[in-house]
Design a protein around this ligand. Structure first.
Ligand code: ATP
Length: 581
């Protein structure tokens, strides 16, 4: 396939406002892809040259891309950047510059473009910036206007196609089996490997049997198992009978992969965070008694002498890209290991929790940076209440209780794992992670920013759509408005993104990327919001769910992708729970 053909598909994907059409276009694209190129096409469709979890970045920032564009079209870097600040999209800049010069048809293949981007990513050493700009501008010169428009967006990480992983899976299923609902067949492999390119290539080369047989692999993150909620210890024991109780540490999730001397770490949203936590690498190498292993852990700043857990706001200072060694000394992390998924060539995800915990105990040498989670089997609600109180008095969030015989269900959120937190009556005792979908222009104080309220939504994981729950206007400081403005400026889109389902039209649509943590007093039913709304059997619209008195608590975009936001299903569960207290 030529890159020109691929870019024409990108153009169609960018302009559609319907998720079903996205799937149709993707399916057509995939049908036309040969087995030698399907993997590359899948990555490029997501604006990448590798799966999300690989740290491979093309390594060109705005200025560098501007330099390349200037070289390719005989313009100057200053002029390119001037256009960019006016248009907000490097793709649009190129369209303008390119139409001034020439439009050509280009025969350059997807493979060639992919390989050049990979070469750019691998360029190292002296003069890297310049070498990258030259390679990129040579590539640009060979491309027609539409292809160039999409190419320049790739290194900037903003292809603007609005495609999520489930939509790619739908597209693959539709291309291969003629039916998007067959995505289910591919989901298991996706949950185990998180690698859409690998799944596509395996499917194209070896068929479905081979995809179903894809095992977890050291080096590829496994999608995290998540927790359901229950209102209190009584309800928990009533439903789950016997459970394993563990503290719920309030840090961030780190999946540690050990492959001999090589240690890799992934966040909850599958990003590679290896470079951020040198002390955890050291701890793993010193304490894990296995050649290969995959551990599920929660990392946080902890003082073992005083047994003090530092609050999340402190711990989160460690999610940074610069001065790592320095900050690691000031705020060293511990990793509480609560699960073992793989050890010395054997996958443990299908073993019961009790077995996994037993092997975990044998695998970790104690007294170090890695600490195996304390576990306790409990079958009565009084004991469970006491442990919950104890956890809260230690400054923890609560406890996680787990079914003893449950397998590790990658990517699932069900009653195998349940989180119990402090019950504060009246208010919701859990925050909601929302995605910014747009903003509504306002008057008065905030006119400098232009927004009076944010339109926010949650994620409907069944439909792979973002559905609205609230407009948020209060609780944001001026600094936060400015931060949101800077972040959303680059994500502004002309039309409603295809995966957004909303009855409200904000003044400005924003690509669903920014995740914010929101606290609300209550969840209520609402006819104007689409979260949880559906058309009943008599063809009437059932109301959705909304947040009452919502206010911003924090930005979560560092550790959550839009698809990791609270789901519509969770919101409905929380609605039911609030009436049970
Ligand atoms: P929250 O915002 O409340 O952390 P979440 O959406 O990130 O929720 P949940 O499924 O609600 O995720 O809670 C599970 C999270 O709790 C895990 O992702 C993990 O990071 C953390 N955690 C802390 N201690 C444990 C533990 N012992 N077992 C499992 N998860 C734990």
């Amino acid at each position: 396939m030529t890159f020109q053909e691929l870019s024409l598909f990108f153009e169609k994907l960018e302009v559609t406002a319907s998720r079903l059409t996205l799937i149709d276009i993707l399916s057509e694209l995939f049908k036309k892809s040969a087995k030698e190129e399907i993997q590359k096409i899948v990555y490029l469709t997501q604006g990448r040259i590798a799966p999300f979890f690989e740290a491979t970045e093309i390594g060109m920032a705005e200025k560098n891309v501007a330099e390349a564009i200037a070289r390719a079209y005989g313009s100057s870097k200053a002029e390119v950047l001037k256009f960019y600040s006016k248009l907000g999209d490097m793709g649009a800049v190129v369209t303008q510059l390119n139409s001034k010069s020439r439009t050509q048809s280009s025969k350059i293949s997807v493979k060639e473009v992919f390989e050049t981007l990979t070469q750019i990513a691998k360029t190292k050493g002296e003069g890297t910036v310049e070498k990258r700009a030259i390679l990129f501008s040579e590539l640009l010169k060979k491309l027609d206007a539409n292809s160039a428009k999409y190419l320049v967006r790739i290194p900037l990480g903003n292809l603007r196609l609005g495609i999520g992983d489930p939509t790619v899976l739908d597209g693959l299923a539709k291309a291969k089996f003629g039916d998007k609902s067959k995505r289910k067949l591919l989901e298991g492999a996706y949950n185990r490997t998180s690698d859409l390119g690998l799944i596509a290539e395996t499917l194209w080369r070896e068929g479905l049997g081979a995809v179903l047989g894809l095992k977890i692999q050291v080096g590829k993150p496994i999608r995290s198992e998540l927790c359901e909620r229950l209102p209190n210890p009584e309800k928990a024991i009533e439903k789950m009978k016997v459970v394993d109780v563990q503290y719920k540490y309030d840090g961030f999730r780190v999946q540690i992969h050990k492959d001999g001397e090589k240690v890799t770490m992934f966040s909850r949203n599958l990003e590679n965070m290896t470079h951020m936590f040198p002390e955890l690498i050291k701890g793993t190498l010193e304490q894990v008694k296995a050649k290969t292993a995959i551990l599920d852990t929660e990392a946080l700043a902890y003082n073992p002498d005083s047994e003090e857990f530092l609050p999340f706001q402190e711990t989160t200072k460690r999610r940074r890209k610069h001065n790592i060694e320095e900050v690691a000394k000031e705020l060293p992390l511990k990793a509480f290991v609560f699960d073992l998924l793989y050890k010395d060539g054997k996958s443990y995800i299908d073993e019961p929790l009790t077995k996994r915990l037993e092997v975990l105990k044998e695998t970790i040498k104690e007294d170090g940076i890695l600490i195996s989670t304390k576990t306790q089997t409990v079958s009565d609600s009084q004991t469970l209440s006491l442990i919950l109180e104890d956890a809260i008095s230690k400054g923890l969030e609560g406890v996680v209780i787990k079914k003893l015989d449950s397998k590790y269900e990658a990517g699932a959120r069900n009653f195998n794992w349940v989180k119990l937190k402090r019950n504060s009556s009246g208010e919701l005792n859990d925050t909601i992670d929302c995605v910014i979908l747009g903003y509504v222009m306002g008057k008065g104080k905030r006119t400098a920013f232009g927004a009076g309220a944010l339109l926010v939504g949650v994620y409907d994981d069944k439909k792979d759509e973002f559905v609205t729950v609230s407009k948020i206007g209060t609780g944001l400081t001026d600094e936060e408005w400015i931060e949101i403005k800077i972040k959303s400026e680059k994500l502004k889109v002309k039309n409603k993104p295809a995966r957004v389902n909303s009855l409200i039209s904000p003044s400005v649509w924003v690509e669903p990327k920014i995740v914010i943590e929101v606290l609300a007093d209550e969840i209520t039913r609402s006819p104007i919001h689409t979260a949880g709304a559906f058309i009943n059997s008599s063809g009437e619209r059932e109301p959705g769910y909304a947040l009452r008195f919502p206010r911003l608590v924090s930005f979560r975009s560092n550790d959550k992708k839009a698809e990791d936001a609270t789901t519509a299903r969770e919101l409905i569960e929380m609605y039911k729970l609030q009436n049970k207290k």
